[in-house]
Design a protein around this ligand. Structure first.
Ligand SMILES: [Cu+2]
Length: 334
């Protein structure tokens, strides 16, 4: 396997580096904010270098390696003493190459699958400006606590816009998705993303990553023929995720697989602490397999004791075999 990430080098995720790899503005702000928070706490989170920007994109609209740590904190405003986070989301269409033979017409939020990882802090006001240019009616339904009128179940027709505004509560790891009928199809074609609400005082510093499991029903038989983490089948098998030995890793994991009742998340050669739905600051259990029904999500924390390559995948092995599998490459450090 090609060593494309200069794995031996030890670097922090600096502003310069983020810019070099071309993350969008909101992501840069997020990364820098995180870095400043880390500096204040005098705790160093070590994040291996990101892959080169010419890494394969494969039609998900964004390199899956970028999806991992690309947190969109929105445009921050102050109104009447409150923090407002404004997000602009456009629904559109694209095509993804699922393997060398199969291309699939997808529906996207901001030209990517999964949609952007939206992130706020509990108590912020979230304002989502949604424009539908997707050719069909779509909507954005957020999990969390909010009034009925912003629940996002009303279809927004092609060419129209909607504003979803609500308080960010409760803290945890949530999701959003299109809620237009048939929902299985709208989610299966790519209209979903993660919505993280941080606790008021945050969480301990860690190398944080997003992993979303999803399926593709390419022949519309209500079964998935392909599966993936973060949009692209088998991407992290071909491009292992570099992490450092003994570094605390915090995964935000979401199961967005339709048609299959449940999927587990299994990590090789390690155990992780589970924070169910991200709703606690103390973990409820320690395991190496956690079961997730559709739309369930958890925060998982671990560190690797030994260097090397380690798989992660649902232990429904047919799902894993059809593309929902990846590798961490643990880089040793003295
Ligand atoms: Cu839709």
């Amino acid at each position: 396997m090609p060593n494309r990430f200069a794995l031996g080098k030890e670097e922090l995720l600096s502003r310069r580096q983020v810019l070099k790899f071309g993350l969008a503005g909101a992501g840069v702000i997020g990364a820098v904010t995180a870095l400043q928070a880390l500096n204040q706490q005098q705790v160093i989170v070590r994040v291996p270098p990101l892959p080169p920007s010419d890494a394969p994109n494969s039609g998900t609209g964004v390199n899956p390696m970028m999806v991992l740590r690309d947190f969109d904190y929105g445009t921050v405003k102050r109104e009447k003493g409150r923090t407002i986070r404004e997000f602009r989301i456009v629904a559109g269409t694209s095509t993804i190459q699922l393997n060398s033979a199969v291309a699939f017409n997808t529906w996207t939020f901001n030209d990517r699958i999964p949609g952007p990882t939206l992130r706020a802090k509990q108590g912020d006001r979230v304002r989502v400006l949604f424009l539908n240019q997707g050719g069909h009616s779509h909507s954005m339904h957020f999990h969390g606590i909010h009034p009925a009128e912003v629940d996002g179940v009303r279809p927004v027709r092609h060419g129209a816009a909607a504003i979803y505004e609500f308080d960010a509560e409760p803290y945890g790891v949530h999701l959003y998705h299109c809620h237009t009928e048939p929902v299985t199809r709208h989610i299966g074609k790519g209209l979903y993303g993660m919505f993280i609400i941080d606790p008021p005082n945050g969480r301990p510093p860690a190398d944080e990553m997003v992993l979303i499991m999803a399926g593709y029903d390419v022949n519309e038989d209500k079964r998935n023929e392909f599966y993936a983490f973060n949009g692209q089948p088998d991407y992290y098998m071909q491009h292992p995720i570099p992490i450092y030995q003994n570094q605390l890793i915090r995964l935000y994991v979401l199961n967005m697989i339709e048609f299959d009742a449940a999927a587990t998340f299994h990590l090789h050669a390690n155990f992780f602490r589970v924070y169910r739905t991200g709703r606690t600051l103390k973990s409820s259990e320690e395991t190496d397999v956690v079961t997730m029904g559709t739309a369930e999500r958890h925060i998982l924390e671990f560190a690797y004791k030994y260097p090397g390559k380690y798989m992660f995948h649902p232990h429904q092995d047919a799902i894993a075999d059809a593309g929902c599998m990846g590798l961490f490459e643990v880089i040793g450090q003295a």
